[in-house]
Design a protein around this ligand. Structure first.
Ligand code: ZN
Length: 65
């Protein structure tokens, strides 16, 4: 599946101009998470795939932590 923008999911970070925004689109369940703000993006964006993976309904829990 592709979108009009060509974004096919995963983590995308836009640093500006303006307020930095990070979007995460899960390619398994199409759940979308957006975080806004420089500090939130800086410290939270890289964890988005990890945190979502723990709750993603479409991700097999083969190795529960
Ligand atoms: Zn998901």
């Amino acid at each position: 599946m592709t979108t009009a923008t060509g974004w096919v999911g995963g983590l995308t970070i836009r640093c500006g101009p303006g307020t930095p925004t990070a979007d995460y689109l899960c390619t398994a369940c199409w759940h979308h998470i957006r975080i806004v703000g420089r500090d939130h993006v800086k410290y939270g964006a890289r964890d988005l795939p990890i945190t979502h993976r723990a709750t993603c309904p479409a991700t097999p829990k083969e190795n529960p932590q």
